[in-house]
Design a protein around this ligand. Structure first.
Ligand code: MN
Ligand code: MN
Length: 475
């Protein structure tokens, strides 16, 4: 089948819109480099556009009606938004879903130690990473430290121009003969992904070169002590406070335009914040829908959608139940009818064809950067295992919408059949008996510290979501 690049299809007006839209997308990426930061910036954006907190409305016993826009957040890490339509909820909703967590290195609970004159923070990586990609690049530290009294200290170090950054060392090439013989999975081991956070010993008052105190056996880690002193001064933080902290190590730096032609975006965490942002913008653009629109942006997809803030938790279902109650029509049956009659675009990134690794892809059934929004009828691995396999009827419904609305799309699989694969949140929503299909944006070097997308794909995907929200399901 014919493959077509979408850049050629835009007129000057659309190209200007595309540039504005992707500029805002890059800002969104810079504001949200952790799931918490993403939810914060999303709440900021939607409350300015009239969205109200569902849990507050519930306490005030407010009734909701068509046109109302509400949201609810779970533990600062996932969010559900609704824009209530004029039709009954029992007729189902149009749902957009994506995830806001990304692969990274998490700081352990007892992380700080000193070795060879360096202070380190010990980490445990989160999600699927090629560990060797994380050494010798500037790293930033984002997250929260929650003190025993409940106060939260927000941490974000390494993003401002005058901030320090952190890094993981690698063996110099001159001595790496043995290391270079190792398989890529073993070159850098998980336990070796500890970040260097200091190299300057604490000078003890009244001691000569700090010796007096240390010789008395009280201090054996002067560099570590120096770091602890700074943490106390700058963040009012004790070593024990690491116990109740969530600190994430991410690549330092902003999202950037890529290429002489500025056609691409190179940034951390585009899996899956690119779909999250496009979904969010499609929700904000929506005007007086007939069918209720819903957008769910969740955490923990990269580690199996587990936990209270992952897609497999009851959070989404509970939120829909609360919504039906506030709309005045809750019953167990009404809730089930609503969910079963819903249609969903479960959005996640898809692998883009990479000419340097052409043999890993089926050229006919892979996404190309710049060819528009991607649909994966199925995902999974080795015989579609673990996949939601969308129905042909639903694909036909989507094709029809996209043709009418002139949205350019491509269909794809991740890669060659026997090479591996991946999962998304699609199969979890499909458990309600609703129509679900995997869709999203193609990404080059997915899960690397810096991932690449096409500006045109990001824009076209937002147009696709917006079109999907305007239709009324497969009646
Ligand atoms: Mn993903
Ligand atoms: Mn992923």
């Amino acid at each position: 089948m014919e493959k077509k690049n979408v850049w050629e299809t835009y007129d000057a007006g659309q190209l200007a819109q595309l540039e504005d839209f992707t500029k805002e997308y890059m800002q969104f990426l810079d504001e949200g480099k952790t799931e918490r930061e993403c939810i914060d910036t999303i709440v900021n954006r939607i409350t300015q556009k009239g969205y109200r907190d569902l849990s507050l409305l519930r306490r005030e016993k407010k009734k909701l009606q068509a046109g109302d826009k509400v949201y609810t957040v779970c533990m600062n890490k996932s969010i559900v938004m609704f824009h209530i339509g004029s039709r009954s909820l029992e007729e189902g909703m149009n749902i957009l879903g994506a995830h806001v967590d990304s692969p990274r290195l998490d700081v352990k609970q007892d992380p700080l130690y000193e070795d060879g004159g360096f202070a380190y923070l010990d980490t445990h990586y989160y999600g699927g990473v090629k560990k060797y990609q994380w050494v010798t690049i500037p790293l930033a530290l984002h997250g929260v430290v929650v003190k025993k009294d409940g106060t939260t200290i927000e941490i974000k170090i390494g993003e401002d121009d005058d901030d320090p950054v952190f890094f993981i060392s690698d063996l110099l090439i001159h001595l790496a003969a043995e290391q270079m013989e190792k398989k890529a999975g073993k070159v850098i081991e998980g336990e070796a992904l500890d970040i260097i956070v200091g190299n300057r010993p604490l000078k003890v008052e009244g001691a000569v070169d700090g010796k007096e105190k240390r010789d008395a056996g009280k201090e054996t880690d002067p560099v570590k002590e120096g770091i602890l002193k700074r943490l106390k001064e700058e963040y009012d933080m004790e070593e024990e406070d690491f116990l109740s902290a969530e600190l994430e190590v991410v690549p330092a730096g902003r999202a950037r335009e890529a290429g002489f032609d500025r056609s691409m975006i190179l940034a951390y965490g585009q899996d899956d914040r690119v779909c999250a942002f496009a979904s969010l913008q499609a929700m904000l653009e929506l005007d007086r829908p007939e069918r209720t629109a819903c957008c769910i942006l969740v955490d923990k997809e990269e580690i199996g959608s587990v936990g209270a803030t992952g897609m497999r938790s009851q959070f989404f279902e509970n939120s829909v139940a609360e919504l039906t109650a506030l709309c005045g029509g809750y019953s167990d049956l009404a809730l089930r009818r609503c969910l079963a009659a819903s249609t969903m675009l479960s959005s996640d990134v898809s692998s883009a064809f990479d000419p340097s690794y052409a043999s890993s892809f089926d050229k006919k059934n892979v996404a190309y950067l710049g060819n528009g929004m991607v649909f994966n009828k199925f995902t999974g691995s080795r015989g579609k295992s673990g996949s939601n396999d969308a129905n042909a009827e639903y694909l036909a419904y989507i094709r029809n919408i996209f043709e009418k609305e002139k949205v350019r799309f491509q269909t794809a699989e991740l890669g060659k059949v026997d090479l591996g694969g991946g999962g998304t949140i699609a199969y979890i929503l499909a458990l309600y008996g609703m129509q679900v299909i995997d869709s999203g944006v193609a990404v080059l070097n997915m899960h690397a510290p810096w991932e690449a997308t096409s500006k045109a794909d990001v824009y076209e995907t937002m147009r696709g979501y917006a079109a999907f929200l305007r239709y009324n399901g497969m009646e």
